[in-house]
Each structure stands twice: as structure tokens, then as C-alpha cells.
Design a protein around this ligand. Structure first.
Ligand SMILES: Cc1ncc(COP(=O)(O)O)c(C=O)c1O
Length: 386
């Protein structure tokens, strides 16, 4: 039998990060020692008190469906967090709690993007934005920030040239995956001016907001004058609390959008997992110390790894947040070839910059021990890859 697949699925490529993980798994199955710097998750266990809260919730019988948009106690705790971040426009009626930030993004794209609608991305951009835009039928316009060491401030003129009254949606991700840049307030004000001028809705993906360095803080776009009702603020528990496998995220948006997206949400996932939502309350209210410990470990590794690359004369735009950096590994060559050689010859897994729209670079995740980071750089040097 020949199956006829929907064109919306056929226009999307499989995830590049997944292809690398598969290759790493293959080599490991052959008994090879792979240093995996391709992963997008913290290497810490979930803090103990969060796990305990989930166990307590199970024991208390929180095992059924919940209200579709989330349990009231979690939504109240989220509103408090958002208000602390200066996002005072949001109340519980502005929230949808989702199984992961990814599902939140999927619902937003499905709700806002029709066939042919234009979605603007800032490259390098996380791989799933493109896929979600295409699944919804959107067309992409992309602005590269690599020439400005991934700082949006330098690319505002290019953004101004790229967007128009036809642009429906812009995605801003600060601190960003894959680059780790935190956009300055001046850059965000530039985004605001363009969004207001062209009546563009903006997703502010703040999933790495808690992970910043050197005293830098990531401003929430929705706190800017004029952005209160055109920003969709997206966040999740995966990165800050090391809860990737729990699948818990959320977005906050004007009520009209929540009401439309709520249809996609309730008809697809019904709700986020009940006892996980209870654990989310513990994560929000009682983990400052654990979050700070993880942040400090990332900060140390960041310094360490930048130092190692610099010793080998590799240009690395300094990240101010998240746990990724993008060294320029193939300034005149092919980053996909470089990443293939890194994994096949040196057994170091990284992700090619071209997967994020930025050739010449590779994404390195430093959610790994200093010993393994040192090992990775030593092996790359041994194989003349740096
Ligand atoms: C930029 C960005 N946004 C959203 C997500 C979604 O994360 P999750 O679905 O685990 O909440 C990720 C995960 O890698 C990410 O890197």
C-alpha cells in the first residue's frame, strides 16, 4: 500500500540535532567513547524537593485530568513569577499550561499562522521554530545576526529591511538557543518600534531566562511600552529546573489568543500532566538555591570552555546566557563537514550551525563536566579540527 502524506509534513525536515544524537548512539553501541556536546538539556538531576512534590501529588491522588489550561494553584504561582519579572499585564486568564514549551509554541503557531503568512526569525534560530512555522503553512523571512556576534542590536537595520506590514509573527529568543546571546534593552526597543510600526505579534521565548552570567539580566520583551498586548511570553521548566523529561511549559498572552489557542490545546493534549503541574508549583516557589547552583556550574564551564577555544585561536562570540556557545569552526569551509569529522574522527558530537541558519559555526552545549569539555577540545585539536 502507498500512503499519501500530507504536504505540511513533507515540507518539514527531520531534526538535525536528532540526527547527531543517533550517530552518537551508533558509535557508543560500537563501544566508542563519545563526548556528547550536542544535547540541549542540563546534565543535572531534577532537584530533590521537586521530585518529592510529584510523589506527594501522586500519593494525594492527583492523577486525573485537570482543567485544560492548568490547575489554578500553578497558574497563580506563574502569575506571581510573571509579575516579579515585570509582566504585570498577565492574570490567570492569560495562561495556558502545556506539556513542555514546545507544545506551547506549536499551539501558538497553529493559532496565528495561515497558509502563506510571513514569520520572521533571527538566525541562528532554534530548529523547531522553522518546522513549526512550516507545519502551519507559514513562509519564512530570516535575519542573520552572526556578523554581529549574535547581538541583535547590530542587526536591527537588517531586521527593519526584512519585516513589513505583511509580517505576521516575529520570534525573539533571549537568552537564545543556539547562540547564548542576551539581547540588550536597546535591541528590544528596536524590536518594539518595528513591531508597533508594522503591527507584528512577537513571541518572546524566555525558556533560558534564569540562566545568565556576569550579572546580565534578560529583559522580558512584554515589559516594554507598546508590547504588553502584542507579546506572547513563553517559558517552561525544562532548563531552569532541569526538568526536561517532565514536560511542563506555559505561555502567557492576550485573552483573545488564549481563547483560540485553547481549542488547539484541549483538542490535542487536553491538559499537562496533573502531578507534574503540582511539582511545578514547588519548582517555582522553593528552588532558588538549586537553580543558583546549576547556574554557577554553567558559568564556570562557560569560562573554562571559552578559554580552551581561545588557546586554539578559535573565535567564539561570548554567550551571556543559556548553556550553548557557537565557535566559528569553519570560517571558509563547510560546518556540516566539520561536525561530521568531529563525530566520526574525534568522537565529539556537536551540531552544525547551518541547522540553525548560520553556516561556518557549530553549536556546543557545555552542559557537561569540565573533564569532558577538556577531553573534547583535546580530541578536536589532535584531529586538527581546531
Ligand atoms: C529555545 C527553546 N525554546 C523552547 C524549547 C522547548 O523546551 P521544552 O519543550 O522542553 O519546554 C527549547 C528546548 O530545547 C528551546 O531550546
Amino acid at each position: 500500500m502507498t500512503m499519501d502524506f500530507a504536504s505540511r509534513v513533507e515540507r518539514v525536515e527531520p531534526s538535525a540535532t536528532l540526527a547527531i544524537s543517533n550517530k552518537a548512539a551508533e558509535l557508543e553501541a560500537e563501544g566508542k567513547d563519545v563526548v556528547d556536546l550536542s544535547v540541549g538539556e542540563p546534565d543535572f538531576d531534577t532537584p530533590e524537593n521537586i521530585k518529592q512534590a510529584a510523589k506527594d501529588a501522586l500519593d494525594a491522588g492527583h492523577t486525573g485530568y485537570t482543567p485544560s489550561n492548568g490547575i489554578p494553584e500553578l497558574k497563580e504561582a506563574l502569575v506571581e513569577k510573571l509579575h516579579d519579572d515585570g509582566l504585570t499585564q498577565y492574570g490567570t486568564e492569560n495562561l495556558i499550561v502545556t506539556p513542555g514549551g514546545k507544545q506551547a509554541l506549536y499551539e501558538i503557531f497553529q493559532t496565528l499562522i495561515d497558509d502563506g503568512d510571513e514569520v520572521a526569525l533571527l538566525d541562528p534560530a532554534w530548529v523547531s521554530y522553522e518546522a513549526m512555522a512550516k507545519l502551519a503553512g507559514g513562509s519564512l523571512t530570516r535575519v542573520d545576526t552572526a556578523a554581529h556576534d549574535f547581538q541583535l542590536a547590530g542587526a536591527l537595520d537588517d531586521l527593519a529591511d526584512a519585516v513589513s506590514d505583511d509580517t505576521e509573527l516575529l520570534v525573539v529568543n533571549s537568552p537564545g538557543n543556539p547562540h547564548g546571546a542576551v539581547y540588550s534593552d536597546a535591541a528590544l526597543e528596536g524590536v518594539r518600534d518595528l513591531a508597533v510600526e508594522h503591527d507584528i505579534t512577537v513571541i518572546s521565548d524566555e525558556i533560558y531566562k534564569e540562566i545568565t552570567y556576569d550579572g546580565v539580566e534578560a529583559t522580558s520583551l512584554g515589559t516594554l511600552d507598546g508590547m504588553e498586548d502584542r507579546t506572547i511570553t513563553l517559558n517552561g521548566f525544562s532548563k531552569a529546573y532541569s526538568m526536561t523529561g517532565w514536560r511542563l511549559g506555559y505561555f502567557a498572552a492576550p485573552e483573545a489568543l488564549v481563547s483560540q489557542a485553547g481549542k488547539v490545546h484541549s483538542h490535542s493534549v487536553s491538559c499537562a500532566v496533573n502531578f507534574v503541574q503540582h511539582a511545578g508549583i514547588e519548582a517555582l516557589t522553593n528552588t532558588d538555591e538549586a537553580v543558583e547552583e546549576m547556574r554557577q556550574a554553567f558559568a564556570e564551564r562557560r569560562e573554562f570552555l571559552i578559554g580552551l577555544f581561545e588557546e586554539h585561536g578559535v573565535h567564539v562570540p561570548e554567550p551571556q546566557g543559556a548553556f550553548y556557545m557557537m565557535p566559528e569552526v569553519a570560517p571558509d569551509g563547510d560546518d556540516t563537514e566539520w561536525c561530521d569529522a568531529a563525530i566520526s574522527d574525534a568522537q565529539v558530537a556537536t551540531v552544525p550551525g547551518s541547522a540553525f541558519g548560520t553556516p561556518g559555526y557549530a553549536r556546543i552545549s557545555y552542559a557537561n563536566s569540565k573533564e569532558r569539555l577538556q577531553e573534547a577540545v583535546d580530541r578536536l585539536a589532535e584531529h586538527d579540527l581546531i
